[in-house]
Design a protein around this ligand. Sequence first.
Ligand code: ZN
Length: 333
Amino acid sequence: MKLHFFYLCLFLLFVSSCSKNESGIITVTGKIPAGALGKTLHHEHLLVDFIGADSTGYHRWNKDSVAERLLPYLLELKKLGYKTLVECTPAYLGRDPELLHMLSKESDIQLLTNTGYYSAVEGKFLPRHTFDETAVQLANRWIEEAKNGIEHTGIFPGFIKISVDRKPLEAINRKVVEAACLTHKATGLTIMSHTGLAVPAFQQLEILKEHGVHPSAFIWTHAHNETDFNKHLEAAQQGAWIAFDNFRPDRLERYVDFSLFMKKHGLLHKVLFSHDAGWYRPGEPGGGNFRGFTEIEDILIPALRENGLSQQDIHQLFVLNPAETFKVRPRLL
Ligand SMILES: [Zn+2]
């Protein structure tokens, strides 16, 4: 009888660990439990191709030589105790799931890639069909990638990356945001939207609500471009993730002030920090000047500690928050 009880317990343990996996995080090498994400930089780039949607393609770079150039930067990050880097380059701007897969295997750093389109900069990075198709048709393309993998690589997107212009939303921006909402509802993937200022951020949150999507499915990306912390507070109170994702040493004071402000309001659990660094640029000799991923560890984290953030706060910012952000599950109103 006791033995039966033991096996029953084992089974329940198995079921519960499976269901934990169900709401896991999708990396380029497969699904992991959210607890395995570890210390994470939630917004970086390995390769970005700025030539435009009509000219970019895998012919523009050699995966092996790019991987050789970039591997040291990931190994350096691993030495600092980081386990995961979220690669935010969208399709038609240099997204290369196979390159990320190679680099993840070689470095033992977990990498996430994405589905979705970048609608800022007057459509320079949008494929033609974005203008002709409906939001539903666009969403179906992205849902297809989430369900069956990207371009027959067997590699799956871990989030939705979109972008809008830094001004009130145009029709094309709205369509892309609507497609992201539909994709979120079908897949549970988080929406990361290159946004900047408060006006388009709140317009997007309205579109989410119209589609029954909770703001906690949304990362207000490049929120550091908005100067009014009260806007960040308001969006975080609604549940959105607030990303100060372009840390540079000369922005230290502002990032520290923002952390203290959010901590004072009990909302540090909605804050994300990253460098938006990297950027091997095809077409430039050796990929041009590559910016590494260590300034947060070397400069920001020590400054946060000096200003009174605890070890638990740091853990919250770089481990718990990214895990909660990218955990795949529909967040509905
Ligand atoms: Zn970026």
